[in-house]
Structure formats: C-alpha cells, structure tokens
Ligand binder design. Structure first.
Ligand SMILES: *[C@@H]1O[C@H](CO)[C@@H](O)[C@H](O)[C@H]1NC(C)=O
Ligand SMILES: *[C@@H]1O[C@H](CO)[C@@H](O)[C@H](O)[C@H]1NC(C)=O
Ligand SMILES: *[C@@H]1O[C@H](CO)[C@@H](O)[C@H](O)[C@H]1NC(C)=O
Ligand SMILES: *[C@@H]1O[C@H](CO)[C@@H](O)[C@H](O)[C@H]1NC(C)=O
Ligand SMILES: *[C@@H]1O[C@H](CO)[C@@H](O)[C@H](O)[C@H]1NC(C)=O
Ligand SMILES: *[C@@H]1O[C@H](CO)[C@@H](O)[C@H](O)[C@H]1NC(C)=O
Ligand SMILES: *[C@@H]1O[C@H](CO)[C@@H](O)[C@H](O)[C@H]1NC(C)=O
Ligand SMILES: *[C@@H]1O[C@H](CO)[C@@H](O)[C@H](O)[C@H]1NC(C)=O
Ligand SMILES: *[C@@H]1O[C@H](CO)[C@@H](O)[C@H](O)[C@H]1NC(C)=O
Length: 409
C-alpha cells in the first residue's frame, strides 16, 4: 500500500509545481536535455521508494489540457552560429485522452536489443477490457523475411553541429551506419548506446511552422510519425545481456523501447540548446520498456514525460511497478493507448502480429499476464494548463473586485 500513499503525495506536490513548468523549461541544462530525450535518464525519483514486479503496467486518466512550444527556426549553418528559437507566441494546445501523445510519435530502440517484429495498429476507439471490435495494422516489420511495410529506419547518424547534435538520416541494414536511401533493417543486435528510430514511410512536406511536419532540420529525410489517440505498438525482441562493448559505454546494458513526439527527432533528439526541440516544453515522451540503471538491469520501467501533474519533466511520471526483462528469452508485448485515457504496457508470449487483432485476443493476452503477475495501475491527476493561466487568474481577481465594488455601490 505504501506506493499508493506516496503516489498521492507526489501528485499533490506535483500539482503545486505544475504552474511553474514554463520557468523550468529554460532551466534545463544541456546534460539534462540530452539524457532525458534519450529516455536514458538515470535520475532517481524521490517518490519511488517501493517497486515490485508485475505482469501489466497501466496509466489511467492519461491525457490533459495543456500546450507546448514548437521550434520556429533552426540555424545549423555553422557550429558558431548554431541556434534555435521556439515559438512562444504560438503555443500548440492539446486536450483529451492520451494528449499530448495523441500527436504523431516516432518509435525509438536502444541496444542491447535484437528487434524481430514491430507492428503499429489503430482502432476507432478502445476501452480497457473491451472484448468486441478489433485493431487494424498500419505498419509492420518482420526480421524473419525482411518484410517492412510503412516503416523507415533512421538514426542520429548525420552531420554533427553543436546546438543540435547529429542529424537524423537513413540507417543501413546494420541499424547503425548511415545509408543514402531507406533500407530494411536486418536481423541484427544493436549494442549498448546504439539507437534506432522508426517512422512511417509517409514523407513530410516542406519544413515550416504551419506545415504538416512543422519546422525540421535542413537536409534530413523527414517522415511522418504514427498518428492516433487509439493506437497500439507491438514488439517482438530479444534484450540479451551486453557481451560486446566495454562497461564504460554510456547506457551500458540498458535496453529501451520508447515513443517521442515525432517533432523531436526531426529537429534534434539530443540538442545542447533546449530550444532546438519541443521536448522540454512538454510535447511528450512515453517510455514503454526502459532499463534505468545497471543495478536494476532486469527491470523494465514505464514512464511518461510531460506536465500532467508534475513540473519535473526530467523525472516524469513513472509507473512504480516494473516488468521482467528475460535476457535469454524472446520477449513480446507492447503498449495499448485507449480512447478511455488508459495506456497499458504488457509482455505476453501469446502476442501475435496479424493484420487484424481482435479485442477478445488482446484482452486475453493482457488478462493472462495480469492473472500470473497482477497489474500495477497509476492514476494521473486531472490537470488544466492553459497558456494564459496567470492572466485569467488576474482577470478573475479583477472581476471579483469589480463585483465587490458594484455591491458596495
Ligand atoms: C562542427 O564541429 C564538429 C566537431 O568538431 C565537426 O565534426 C562538424 O563538422 C562541425 N560542423 C560544421 C557545420 O561546421
Ligand atoms: C462494443 O460493444 C459496446 C457495448 O455493446 C458497443 O457500444 C460498441 O459500439 C461495440 N464496439 C464495437 C467496435 O463493436
Ligand atoms: C535473428 O537473430 C537472433 C539472434 O542472433 C537469432 O536468435 C534468431 O534465430 C535470428 N532469426 C532469424 C530469422 O534468423
Ligand atoms: C509505404 O508502405 C505501404 C505499405 O507497405 C506501401 O503500400 C507504400 O507503397 C509505401 N509507400 C512508399 C512511398 O514507399
Ligand atoms: C558533436 O560535436 C560536439 C563538439 O562540437 C561534441 O561535443 C559532441 O560529442 C558530438 N556529438 C556526437 C553525437 O558525436
Ligand atoms: C502509414 O502510417 C501512417 C501513420 O501515421 C498512416 O497515416 C498511413 O495511412 C499508413 N500507411 C498505410 C499504407 O497504412
Ligand atoms: C530559449 O528561448 C527562450 C524563450 O524565447 C529564451 O528566453 C531563452 O534564452 C532561450 N534559450 C537558449 C539557450 O537560447
Ligand atoms: C535504479 O533505478 C531504479 C528505478 O528508477 C531506482 O529505484 C534505483 O534507485 C536506481 N538505482 C541506482 C543505483 O541508481
Ligand atoms: C515467455 O517465455 C519465456 C521462455 O519460456 C519465459 O522465460 C518468459 O518468462 C515468458 N514471458 C512471459 C511474459 O510470460
């Protein structure tokens, strides 16, 4: 029961911190920005003093009314002039279930991982536990026969400029070297700290603040992410213990699979200037399976990085439970985002990657995982972050004052 109490306390504290999030944005130093966009944060949440293994991790009440700032301009012409601006005059508002992760997202994989299958699915709506209806597959990768439908394999393997880091580019079939065109990933094992980005095969139009993909870095192959409120991502993978690179390597033996707002990798995933990405203003990251440190090398945690009830985007909203990483066995599972505001993360050896997945099947995979190792649910607080929050508060006082004045009269 400990964790419940602490979660409530943390939520209450976070509510207080919430209004301050804009101030925090600009305080993010480069190191923090680099670490957290990597889903590689090793920071420890002070509220997480209790955790246990579960079969299913769930967030409820996910999605809120808020906003973030998108990048307005990027100057990448030289290391000396390298800079970016965010458009604080035109905040991007969002609201409703799963927001802001209802935006298009990119998929990120960090070794040691051997990705064997990937599927992206959508449905019109989904309520956790529903057994009627089904999901349609809109993107698919299978390393057995090198099937790749509606996927583009990318990585941060392009030109390096100070404020932005390395540019997004196509990766070769080895998953790590740059390629000149879209190439299907082979059945390879990424090592520690090697990362892969997966986007759809739908090309972006021109770069521009009001264009379909917003502003993106010059010269990159720019693709749309995967859209939808009601969406599901499934993975089949091995996450073997690292056996090839030195223990000094960054993120040594810390495999992870996560989602970012697709704007982030198209501008800069690891900027040294936080204004080169919408990440620090809260456009969204969802860590599906993430090893946070080598002490807990077999514990996959799941974390949301946005401002729904916290002002500390770096730490984010971490589900207190974890799923088990089995380095010697193939793992299958993923995340289901429901129109009811649930995000359900599970591992199940029953997972299939068929073109259509019925909710009766999905529900049986999840409920079996839950029966064997129970479920840990974290309910997020209800939050409204309006752009002019402070102004409307002032207006309220002004209105009250006027009313009081009229009463006196
Ligand atoms: C910026 O500096 C890096 C590292 O010194 C170098 O590799 C890169 O070519 C430079 N980029 C530009 C655009 O000058
Ligand atoms: C599932 O059943 C519910 C309750 O009968 C109904 O409201 C909903 O429309 C059904 N959904 C689908 C996708 O068939
Ligand atoms: C893919 O590679 C893994 C690890 O090397 C291996 O276990 C698996 O059998 C390979 N799959 C295929 C289809 O070759
Ligand atoms: C994108 O993928 C779909 C599904 O495999 C395919 O039908 C379509 O031709 C691809 N489009 C491009 C531009 O490669
Ligand atoms: C990019 O270059 C900078 C120096 O300009 C260096 O500090 C940084 O480590 C490089 N980044 C990568 C990913 O190589
Ligand atoms: C590919 O994925 C994108 C995801 O955003 C979707 O809009 C598009 O319809 C998909 N293409 C196919 C052929 O399913
Ligand atoms: C980021 O943008 C904000 C708002 O325009 C500005 O105050 C801040 O100085 C910028 N930070 C950097 C590192 O350029
Ligand atoms: C490792 O990560 C877990 C989960 O965040 C945390 O509880 C633990 O304190 C961390 N251990 C170390 C040594 O940082
Ligand atoms: C899946 O099967 C493997 C191999 O039998 C086993 O080690 C692992 O615990 C199973 N995973 C789940 C989530 O049941």
């Amino acid at each position: 029961m400990n964790f419940l109490w602490l979660a409530l306390l943390a939520t209450a504290l976070a509510d207080n911190a919430n209004n301050n999030n804009n101030n925090n944005n600009n305080n993010n130093n480069a190191q923090q920005t680099q670490q957290s966009a990597a889903a590689a944060s090793t920071s420890v949440s002070s509220s997480r003093v209790y955790s246990d293994e579960y079969g299913v991790l769930q967030f409820q009440n996910f999605g809120f009314e808020g906003y973030f700032y998108n990048v307005k301009s990027i100057d990448s012409s030289s290391n000396d002039s390298c800079t970016c601006e965010i458009n604080t005059a035109k905040p991007v508002s969002f609201e409703g279930a799963i927001s802001p992760l209802n935006n298009e997202v990119s998929v990120h994989i960090r070794g040691p991982i051997n990705l064997q299958k990937f599927g992206y699915y959508v449905a019109d709506d989904y309520t956790y536990g529903q057994t009627n209806g089904s999901w349609s597959r809109l993107a698919y990768y299978n390393s057995d026969d090198l099937t790749a439908e509606n996927v583009t394999f990318l990585g941060n393997v392009g030109e390096n400029v100070t404020c932005l880091g390395k540019a997004l580019d196509y990766v070769d079939s080895d998953g790590v070297s740059a390629a000149s065109k879209s190439t299907v990933l082979s059945n390879v094992t990424l090592h520690s700290n090697e990362e892969l980005v997966i986007m759809s095969n739908v090309s972006c139009g021109d770069s521009g603040f009001s264009k379909d993909c917003g502003v993106y870095r010059d010269g990159i192959p720019a693709y749309h992410g995967y859209y939808g409120t009601t969406k599901m991502f499934l993975f089949q993978f091995r996450a073997p213990e690292e056996d090839s690179v030195s223990e000094d390597t960054a993120s040594y033996n810390m495999p992870a699979i996560w989602l970012l707002n697709a704007h982030i990798p198209r501008t800069a995933q690891y900027p040294t200037n936080a204004n080169c990405s919408c990440w620090s203003s809260g456009c969204g990251e969802f860590d599906i399976f993430e090893i946070l440190n080598t002490t807990e090398a077999l514990h996959f945690y799941s974390t949301i990085h946005d401002y729904q009830g916290t002002g500390d985007i770096q730490t984010g909203l971490a589900n207190e439970g974890y799923l088990e990483r089995t380095p010697d066995a193939v793992m299958m599972g993923g995340v289901v985002f429901g129109s009811d505001g649930t995000a359900t993360v599970f591992l199940s050896n029953s997972t299939s990657f068929d073109e259509t997945i019925s909710n009766s099947n999905l529900n049986s995979w999840i409920s079996k995982a839950e029966e064997s190792e129970s479920e840990h649910t974290m309910t997020l607080s209800s939050v409204t972050n309006t752009v002019n929050g402070a102004v409307s508060l002032e207006n309220n006082w002004w209105t009250l004052g006027l009313l009081a004045f009229m009463c006196v009269l």
